[in-house]
Design a protein around this ligand. Structure first.
Ligand SMILES: *Cc1c(COP(=O)(O)O)cnc(C)c1O
Length: 463
């Protein structure tokens, strides 16, 4: 395929995408396939000779859509939202066409500077203090890893990168038992070790028990460990648990620890001032991550990390071999080289989709969607609570709640299987306080109140 053919086939792809989105409601939300079925339809080996675009496209249409779970389906209420607003998809096409590496200012000046401006726009839109700067990662997992590596380097006096961890005191980091598995992964990759990620118990409101945090840090100090940092949650994935940010930061700061707030899902809602009490005190954090690729309309991948002071993270992740020096552009310190803020060297031009999305919908359009999602989720929770044989197990946090059958886990699990075989809506499960519960999160960009209420209709039909 050459660029002339690409022009024609891009138009075909755009037409296909339009029809796909227009007919999504008619498709089952979850893939109706079995493990191995797709692989079995592909040849054993890569083709020796070029194949014509017609055949490639025909196979795509034949094999792929039916074997996909449709994350953009308006009745996708599983896991978390992963929106791709039309304006974001449009920007991604252009970023794809330019296909730049946004690792240094010099390799992508517009990408670097638009990224800086988008981080500022979002900081202000979320109501964060003006001292925050930031960068865009692929995922919250990577942003959290960057924060944990920074905790490690500060706590080892910058010896982890240089000398390795052998011979260092054993580091400890702290998070609530409700936090996301990306924190476990970060602790493992950073060489801190799963055993040294202390899961602090939560209280009745599912927030980290700050007295227990303080006691854990003191006990670790007495035992010769070296505490390195605390990770706080605003909107945990399982049930939307929120730590009391101000109170928890105060404990961390009293021990001089670096702090990171994981608001990957809930952070987008903070464009609405009325939800900001959920993370009151967040301006005191060292690092904050949220995913515009979840609830703000930006297509995956787009995780924004705000940093009160970028210097420790850049000192942790930045490397400047001779071939990455950017002398000649006002000196290396006057420009931002974002690869020094992130784990990978190569970086996509992710800021473009934020620029397009924020402009195409405006903050008011994005706020309206989030407010609708929250209101509809709360309405649905009320309806489910009144259905015979159902109970709402955890009340809505923003647009996320859980429910179960009153008969117990087996009945709830069987119902979930029936719901997802039915295909009209897609829900997933979690375990809360030992119980198997069904999660509902409302956040798809194009969903309507009727789409949300369809959950209650499906529950009535299937019980
Ligand atoms: C989704 C989520 C993550 C992981 O996000 P990725 O961008 O997929 O790495 C981490 N924490 C919370 C609270 C989340 O909701």
């Amino acid at each position: 395929m050459n660029h002339d053919e690409l022009r024609d086939w891009s138009k075909r792809a755009a037409d296909w995408a339009h029809a796909y989105h227009a007919t999504l409601r008619d498709r089952p939300v979850r893939a109706q396939t079995t493990p191995g079925a797709t692989a079995a339809r592909l040849p054993e080996r890569a083709p020796e000779e070029p194949e014509p675009p017609e055949r490639i496209f025909a196979d795509f249409e034949d094999i792929v859509p039916d074997a996909m779970t449709h994350w953009q389906h308006p009745r996708f209420f599983a896991y978390f939202p992963a929106n791709a607003a039309p304006a974001s998809m449009w920007a991604e096409q252009l970023a794809n066409a330019i296909a730049a590496q946004a690792m240094l200012w010099q390799t992508s000046p517009a990408a670097t500077e638009i990224e800086e401006v988008m981080v500022r726009w979002l900081r202000d839109a979320l109501g964060l203090a003006p001292h925050f700067r930031g960068t865009i990662h692929d995922s919250a997992t990577t942003a959290t890893l960057a924060a944990i590596l920074t905790m490690r380097e500060i706590a080892t006096g910058w010896q982890g990168n240089e000398a390795g961890l052998a011979g260092q005191p054993v580091l400890r980091i702290y998070a609530s038992a409700e936090t996301h598995s990306s924190i476990d992964k970060g602790a493992r990759i950073a060489g801190i070790g799963q055993a040294n990620l202390v899961k602090v118990p939560t209280d009745a409101s599912h927030a980290m028990d700050t007295a227990a945090l303080d006691a854990a840090i003191r006990a670790d100090l007495a035992a010769g460990y070296r505490p390195a940092g605390v990770i706080l949650a605003t909107g945990g994935t399982s049930i939307g648990a929120c730590d009391r940010i101000a109170e928890t930061l105060a404990v961390a700061k009293a021990h001089g620890l670096y702090t990171h707030v994981d608001a990957a899902w809930a952070g987008s809602a903070m464009i609405c001032p009325e939800f900001r009490p959920l993370w009151a005190g967040v301006d005191g954090a060292d690092s904050i991550v949220f995913n515009p690729h979840k609830w703000l309309g930006a297509q995956f991948d787009c995780a924004v990390q705000f940093l009160a002071d970028p210097v420790p993270q850049v000192r942790t992740l930045g490397l400047r071999p001779e071939y990455l020096q950017t002398l000649g552009h006002e000196g290396p310190d006057r420009i931002t080289n974002f690869n020094e803020w992130t784990v990978p060297l190569g970086r996509r031009f992710r800021a473009l989709k934020l620029w397009f999305t924020l402009r195409a919908y405006g903050l008011s359009g994005l706020r309206r969607r989030i407010r609708d999602h929250v209101a509809w989720a709360q309405e649905l929770a009320t309806v489910i609570a009144d259905l015979p044989g159902f109970e709402v197990v955890t009340a809505p946090v923003l647009s996320l709640f859980t429910f179960a059958r009153t008969e117990g886990d087996a009945a709830t699990e069987a119902l979930l299987a029936r719901i997802n075989d039915d295909g009209r809506v897609y829900l997933t499960q979690t375990r809360h306080a030992g119980r198997f519960v069904i999660r509902v999160q409302v956040g798809q960009f194009d969903c309507t109140r009727e789409d949300v209420m369809a959950v209650a209709e499906v529950l009535r039909d299937l019980t």
